[in-house]
Write a protein that binds this ligand. Structure first.
Ligand SMILES: *[C@@H]1O[C@H](CO)[C@@H](O)[C@H](O)[C@H]1NC(C)=O
Ligand SMILES: *[C@@H]1O[C@H](CO)[C@@H](O)[C@H](O)[C@H]1NC(C)=O
Length: 329
């Protein structure tokens, strides 16, 4: 769904504006963290930058295999031989049934585990930023300081939102839910739930409620097209509106009743990691299954180590032609 949406935006831009405008990244009147959220308020999918304005981004492939941004950066500095050698060490771990080949299910399971590892790595980094006293856990007051830039709740206005776009009271409820052992602070596992709420079921209702609070101006529990556009439309041109309408009708309003209900809000704002992992499997198979037998031998994977993990010799420039779009459709 995401790729089709992206493609429709790109096509709309090429046809209507004949330029790669940054309109989709506009942040008009928006309170949400532009690093983690899209301009319409949805959470950015893990593969947000996989196919961007500048073409295919192989960093995403490498992170999906290595499960770590830090390690992916490390691989970019390895010689091709060393990169192959280290990829070779991962393959037996990926090969769950031990038959010396990687099938689609095995690769998908691996990628889903990588996503979990990536979330944990992100949470560890964010925890280091917020954990002023370095005790390995974030207290509510440390979080207030880090996210709202204040020392006391009294300094937060009723409409002020933190990094996540949530009001203080919303954040506080989410904090309590994430604090599984109710000790008032979040250790890394709990902090991971709090900072990546879109990846945890128990947090989804908060995100849906926040979306309704921001967009459902007539408070009927559903979002119509005008509400969906909201004040984002003010400085946009007709091409933008057409592509948003197309997205609303074809990608978001699944049951075609003209509004987005709670189920559809869920599908819209919460990225589907299963789907993303399957798309990544398709992409990697299209890149590496040279004999088209729908299974990857270790040799095929190692021959395409640049796609899977990269090395200092990976030529990122060659990806910028956008030819990988074919893989997905
Ligand atoms: C995830 O992290 C664990 C622990 O560091 C590691 O053993 C495992 O191989 C990693 N898995 C993936 C898929 O990156
Ligand atoms: C979401 O909003 C509904 C309706 O206002 C409310 O009953 C529910 O408790 C809220 N859920 C959460 C998790 O905040």
């Amino acid at each position: 769904m995401f790729f089709k949406y992206l493609l429709s935006i790109l096509l709309a831009h090429n046809l209507l504006l004949s330029c790669a405008s940054a309109a989709v990244h506009g942040q008009h009147g928006h309170s949400v963290d532009t690093l983690e959220r899209d301009s319409d308020g949805s959470f950015r999918a893990r593969d947000y930058e996989h196919y961007g304005d500048s073409g295919h981004n192989s960093e995403f492939d490498h992170e999906a295999i290595l499960g770590s941004v830090r390690e992916a950066e490390e691989f970019d500095k390895l010689s091709p031989d060393e990169s192959k050698r280290r990829l070779g060490q991962l393959l037996p771990k990926m090969d769950l049934n031990g038959d010396g080949q990687i099938d689609r299910q095995e690769l998908k399971q691996w990628i889903l585990k990588s996503f979990i590892n990536l979330s944990r790595e992100e949470a560890q980094e964010r925890l280091l930023e917020a954990d002023d006293d370095r005790d390995g856990a974030v207290t509510w007051s440390e979080y207030l300081h880090d996210s709202f830039g204040v020392d006391s709740e009294d300094d937060v206005g009723p409409d002020d939102t933190g990094d996540s776009g949530m009001l203080l009271q919303e954040e506080k409820s989410m904090w309590a839910t994430a604090d599984a052992n109710s000790d008032g602070k979040l250790e890394v596992d709990e902090f991971e739930v709090f900072t990546n709420p879109e990846e945890h079921e128990q947090m989804h209702q908060y995100l849906i409620n926040q979306t309704l609070r921001e967009k459902d101006t007539n408070k009927d529990g559903k979002i119509d097209f005008n509400e969906y556009v909201g004040d984002r439309g003010a400085q946009q041109d007709k091409g933008w509106l057409i592509s948003e309408k197309d997205k609303f009708d074809n990608d978001l309003d699944l049951n075609k009743d003209g509004v987005i209900d709670v189920t559809e809000i869920h599908a819209w704002i919460i990225p589907n990691n299963e789907e993303i992992a399957e798309e990544e499997v398709d992409h990697l198979f299209a890149s590496a299954d040279d004999d088209h037998d729908d299974i990857l031998t270790f040799e095929e994977i190692l021959n395409h180590h640049d796609v899977f993990v990269g090395s200092e010799a990976t030529d990122y420039g060659s990806d910028l032609m956008g030819d990988h779009f074919d893989d997905e459709l």
